[in-house]
Design a protein around this ligand. Structure first.
Ligand code: 8YV
Length: 316
């Protein structure tokens, strides 16, 4: 039997690439010098797209593949896939939920601790000799016992809240409605501005969509205030980045810890000039264990599809 032809939009670790190459004829779009020419050449025979959360598949890519049956996303977020185009043509879409939840929550909490306790600066203080030359490191802010807000109490937000509970923090969450699975001690706050106003550390853990675009706007950011910290482990589109930069530069927001950026991996150079922001390279799910599980699930969905079986983790 001839192997199905698939389009791969970005690189995977070798432990995923090997099995993928064994089961499919793989066209690596990300290695092409001329992407349009590559799509025009291979698109007509492509039956599946293997992509990554941040890369997705846009309308033009989908249109270039008239025999496309399925898009398998290596990531939980599928906001970069044009779902309307998929619905219109009955194209299936899968993602990799659950397997990455705890790692993403871990990184979010680590970012909060790192930023609040000034750990990057403290490390520099040791390395550059400041400890010996200048003495004690400036005092930082505590985390335990303070007020945390979690906007989006889905899988990842819930794991973040559970971890924060371990730090004895007071937890509030934002969602469309009170959540049955929330711990009785967690307070529901419907309005993001109010949530921010009543919070010292605001975590953004919402699945991104057109409806959540810039849900963290200037008002929310300024309500968090000069003592507040914004932590984003979701998607950059959930935050008005211009408003965030203005507030960080003027001190109207205390600090931020970000794993995602508009236009990443390029980022607005204004971020690089700021001392009050912790910058991470979109790696919240980036552990060997989790990435292996994500790769397996990406392939399991493709294999199930071509075997005519139910998809393990279908979005569409
Ligand atoms: C990954 C992600 O970094 O799950 C997601 O939606 O953004 C991340 O887990 C990404 O998908 C890997 O390409």
């Amino acid at each position: 039997m001839t192997r199905p032809q698939i389009l791969q939009t970005g690189p995977y670790p070798e432990w995923d690439q090997g099995p993928l190459d064994a089961d499919f004829t793989v066209h690596r779009l990300f290695e092409a010098d001329d992407r349009d020419a590559f799509l025009a050449q291979h698109g007509p025979e492509v039956r599946a797209i293997a992509t990554r959360g941040e890369l997705g598949a846009n309308a033009a890519m989908i249109a270039a593949c008239p025999k496309l049956e399925i898009i398998s996303v290596y990531g939980v977020g599928f906001d970069a896939v044009d779902l309307a185009a998929c619905r219109a043509r009955g194209i299936r879409v899968t993602n990799t939920p659950d397997v990455l939840t705890s790692d993403v929550a871990d990184l979010g909490v680590a970012m909060m601790l790192m930023q609040s306790r000034g750990m990057l600066g403290a490390e520099r203080w040791v390395r550059d000799g400041s400890w010996a030359a200048k003495g004690l490191y400036p005092l930082q802010r505590r985390v335990w016992g303070r007020r945390a807000g979690v906007l989006g109490l889905g899988r990842i937000g819930t794991e973040v809240a559970k971890r924060l509970q371990g730090f004895g923090m007071q937890i509030s969450y934002g969602a469309r409605a009170p959540q049955d699975h929330a711990h009785p001690d967690w307070r529901f706050v419907a309005d993001p501005v109010q949530l921010a106003a009543e919070t010292d550390f605001l975590f953004v853990t919402l699945a991104a969509s057109a409806a959540t675009r810039h849900i963290i706007d200037r008002n929310v950011i300024e309500s968090l205030g000069p003592e507040g910290m914004l932590i984003n482990i979701s998607r950059a589109s959930n935050i008005d980045e211009e408003a965030l930069l203005d507030a960080l530069e003027s001190g109207r927001l205390g600090s931020a810890a970000l794993d995602v950026f508009d236009g990443e991996p390029a980022l607005n150079p204004r971020f690089l000039a700021l001392e009050n922001v912790l910058l991470q390279p979109h790696h919240a799910s980036g552990t060997i264990e989790t990435r292996k599980a994500m790769g397996q699930l990406l392939r399991d969905n493709l294999t199930a599809h071509f075997a005519g079986q139910a998809l393990p983790t279908a979005v569409l």
